[in-house]
Design a protein around this ligand. Structure first.
Ligand code: GLA
Length: 584
């Protein structure tokens, strides 16, 4: 058991100054059987600590329903077994390029701008959640023999709001629930962020990617005392669909790290190992200075151009960082752990089964609702997935433009069963006018909820209405299909053979792995956009717009022999496309 405390200039472990050399690794972005390998990579890089967020929405899919909260404790136990301290950032908001910044959509749907404030409709759920989560962390604090040395309050609150009472209440909640290790806040190194995001009496830390001296000087204007810590050193960055991959020069990043350490500061590399946003949990940004512009959804890979890449391999950045960090550690650094097994040879995955999306919806969809106006995803209880909206254009009437108000994010539209086009928030009107009577189907997809900025928590679906000319079309039938429904229920889907011309639907195939199974990536040539699963494990979204070209398949998901592959294609599959697994 050790006492970890905040001194006048340093962190203290049983009274002796220590420096945290930490790296972010999100347990929820790495297959559990690979935690040990990734943690050993962090140790080998020269780190003495791992940092993770906790995504509330992953662990509480519905009010009163929890999913594997114990994973947090298991991860902290793995950190301890790996010989690392741990910093935990339980949110409730985490940003992190994670759907809705970690807030449950069932909560934000009705609350809008009241989230991340003292509003009681929000806080009562936060208290419930922390009541469930914090015991996993509290029992693993350093003063109880565990690895946890710091707990963060909220996340970059100064970039969002100024409800100081909210932050103070969260800090008090942590204390009341037994958090005894130091608390801290993290913010950008700007005056308004530090004033909005810090709490009197709670350690303040700063997030930045370069110019450590300037950033710490800004922090010192607010906090003349206390240890210096860069709580997120952005040594890489994330990618958006249709964007250009982020790359940061390893030598230049290593220099920026050196500058942080020369200031005598502790550091948390964001990310040390990014991993993958499995399960369709990737978030989204909105463009422009205001973060209110067009939607920019995040890719599935969270490689982050981090020192340990998405597949767990050391990069040039890893070697450069190791050299810098070695100077701050006593004795030789640990060796790199043995590499994880890789798939031995490519495996073709002929997609021989197929079911139209209608049949998938019939087997796995939620209840159908009917009402005058379209419900949002939140009203239907859909987090990640899609909703089929159906509405009639009364007739007879002349052809008029058909458009959607408040479309989030994308709709594939059929008029009388014939595909009529794809609508987006930016282009919400069908190219061809529609005459009545007609039956219109709109398959609306969420491309990921915003995780940063003033539009955090905005709802998905048809949030305005369907317009014919400028008349609202009332009487909308809606039915949701949530990714969480894809499990054993898929056996109830009536598969037939794929249509020769391809098309949307749920495809099924078998990957027969003859030699040793291991880490692989799944390529889906000819497919456009959707989600893929192997043996029921959701690898995430694929999209032919790039820049991501294949999906990471963690070795533990594959087995020798037959592996079942499902691909939910939502737009077009050109011909009888074959998927393939390739070694990483
Ligand atoms: C901020 C957030 C992180 C992450 C990074 C960008 O610093 O605190 O959660 O979103 O930006 O990757």
């Amino acid at each position: 058991m050790s006492e970890f405390t905040v001194g006048e200039r340093d962190f203290l472990l049983d009274g002796r100054p220590v420096r945290l050399l930490s790296g972010a690794l999100h347990y929820f972005r790495v297959h559990e059987e690979q935690w040990g390998h990734r943690l050993a990579m962090l140790r080998a890089m020269g780190l003495n600590c791992v940092e993770t967020y906790v995504p509330w929405n992953l662990h509480q899919p519905a009010p009163g329903r929890h999913r594997d909260v114990a994973a947090v404790g298991r991860f902290l136990d793995a950190a301890r077994a790996a010989g690392l301290w741990a910093v935990v950032r339980p949110g409730p908001y985490i940003c992190a390029e994670w759907e809705n910044g970690g807030l449950p959509a069932w909560l934000t749907g009705g609350l809008g701008g009241s989230v991340r404030t003292r509003d009681e409709r929000y806080m009562r759920h936060v208290r419930d959640w922390f009541g469930r989560l914090l015991p996993e962390i509290v029992s693993r604090q350093a003063d109880r023999g565990g690895p946890v040395v710091l707990v963060q309050v909220e996340n970059e609150y100064g970039s969002y709001g100024s409800d100081a009472g909210y932050l103070a209440e969260l800090a008090a909640l942590c204390r009341a629930r037994g958090v005894t290790v130091p608390l801290f806040t993290s913010d950008g190194p700007e005056d308004h962020m530090l004033t909005g995001g810090s709490v009197p009496g709670v350690l303040a830390a700063v997030n930045f990617g370069s110019r450590a001296r300037e950033s710490f000087a800004a922090l010192r204007r607010h906090r003349p005392e206390g240890p210096l810590m860069c709580s997120e050193f952005w040594c890489g960055w994330f990618d958006h669909w249709s964007g250009t991959p982020a790359v940061r020069d390893p030598g230049e990043a290593a220099e920026a790290l050196r500058e942080i350490l020369e200031c005598g500061a502790s550091v948390n590399l964001y990310m040390a190992h990014g991993g993958t946003s499995f399960g369709g949990w990737a978030g989204a940004n909105r463009g422009g200075e205001s973060h209110e512009g067009g939607l920019r959804p995040d890719v599935t890979s969270y490689d982050y151009d981090a020192p340990v890449d998405e597949y767990g391999r050391p990069t040039e950045k890893f070697r450069r960082f190791r050299e810098v960090l070695a100077r701050y550690r006593e004795g030789p650094l640990p060796e790199l752990p043995p590499e994880p097994a890789r798939l031995a040879a490519p495996v073709g995955v002929p997609l021989t089964g197929w079911a139209p999306v209608d049949a998938v919806l019939a087997a796995l969809g939620g209840e159908e609702t009917t009402g005058p106006r379209p419900p949002t995803f939140e009203e239907l209880g859909v987090t990640r997935g899609l909703v089929r909206y159906e509405v009639d254009v009364p007739g007879p009437r002349e052809p008029y433009p058909l458009s959607v108000r408040g479309l989030r994010d994308l709709a594939v539209v059929y008029v009388d069963g014939v595909r009529a086009g794809v609508l987006t928030e930016a282009e919400p009107r069908l190219a061809e006018p529609v005459a009545g009577p007609a039956r219109v189907e709109l398959w609306v997809e969420s491309l990921g909820r915003v995780n940063y900025g003033p539009l955090l928590g905005e709802p998905k679906g048809i949030t305005g209405g369907v317009l014919h000319e400028r008349q609202y079309l009332h009487g909308v039938r809606a039915r949701g299909l949530d990714l969480d429904a894809f499990g054993d229920g898929v056996s109830a889907v009536p598969f037939t053979t794929p249509p020769p011309a391809g098309g949307p639907g749920l495809y099924r195939g078998t990957a027969t792995v003859r030699k040793a199974a291991g880490d692989a990536r799944l390529e889906l040539p000819g497919l456009t956009r959707g989600f893929a699963w192997i043996n029921g494990f959701c690898l995430g979204r694929y999209w032919s717009v790039g820049p991501q070209r294949s999906l990471f398949v963690p070795g533990p998901v594959l087995r020798e022999g037959e592996n079942e592959v499902w691909v939910l294609e939502l737009e077009e599959a050109a011909g009888a496309a074959g998927a393939r697994l390739l070694p990483v």
